[in-house]
Design a protein around this ligand. Structure first.
Ligand code: XBP
Ligand code: MG
Length: 250
């Protein structure tokens, strides 16, 4: 079970990164404030630093000198991550419903889990230590972050690396993702993907996913339609979709 982080484990973008970016801008005295709608657009660029750099390159009040501009981006991004970790530690970013139940089911059944994300190791550690405890990493057979796979999703690098670490073929794994970039990244390697829609990707095109729905906590609103006695997306459901191998929108 390969878990994406941002948008999939938690609504980290809306409740965490966006709030922290704006707080970092205010602290450092730069005039930018991103609205929810702005951030939805900006999320087309994966990677917080890349996202910020792309934005800064387009605004007139940013430094003209490339080195100075790069320095500003690095400083703001570092501060954003510190503020993000604070928000997580304050309990402001819950896990999405159904995530914990599926993780516990994986643990009980001996199904190996991995983290496959474009965010930094520090951000993953902050989020998972807060929710799973200081020994969170013991629950995962591999943790692949931006430091391990610098080419960010939709590049397949992170998933290539995860499969190598787990010594799995693509069709022996299943990924849970929320974004078109994440879906494309896993599909490029041939990994089947279940999409749980998140705040900023409610209407995004997810053709090629095994299944798409509003969250792991419910069997309502999924395509393909499902009914499970557990009332949620459990391992048996994921195995059934995996076995059927039918993709949505195809
Ligand atoms: C989503 C991302 C991340 C976060 C911000 O990653 O693109 O860059 O927006 O984190 P995923 P950083 O969905 O693969 O978890 O600032 O650390 O990049
Ligand atoms: Mg994501």
């Amino acid at each position: 079970m390969l878990w994406d982080v941002d948008g999939t484990l938690a609504e980290t973008e809306r409740d965490g990164h966006l709030v922290a970016f704006n707080a970092a801008f205010a602290e450092r005295g730069v005039p930018w404030r991103w609205t929810d709608a702005d951030y939805g657009e900006l999320l087309r660029v994966a990677g917080g630093r890349e996202r910020l750099a792309g934005f800064v390159a387009t605004v007139p009040e940013s430094p003209r000198d490339p080195a100075e501009r790069d320095g500003l981006v690095r400083d703001l991004h570092l501060r954003k991550n510190e503020l993000y970790a604070q928000l997580v530690a304050e309990g402001r970013i819950p896990l999405r419903p159904g995530v914990r139940a599926l993780m516990d089911e994986c643990d009980v059944s001996g199904t190996r889990m991995a983290i496959v994300t474009t965010t930094s190791r520090g951000n993953v550690a902050a989020l998972l230590a807060a929710h799973l405890g200081a020994d969170w990493e013991r629950r995962f057979a591999a943790v692949v972050t931006a430091e391990d796979a610098p080419r960010k999703k939709p590049d397949p690098e992170a998933y290539v690396r995860a499969l190598a670490l787990l010594e799995l073929a693509a069709d022996e794994a299943i990924a849970i993702e929320d974004s078109p970039a994440g879906l494309a990244s896993a599909r490029a390697v041939g990994i089947p993907v279940v999409v749980t829609r998140s705040r900023y990707f409610v209407d995004a095109d997810v053709a090629g996913a095994l299944a798409v729905g509003p969250g792991l906590h419910t069997t309502a609103g999924w395509e393909p339609a499902t009914r499970r006695p557990s009332g949620r997306i459990d391992l048996a459901q994921l195995r059934a979709w995996h076995g059927a191998g039918v993709t949505v929108g195809a």
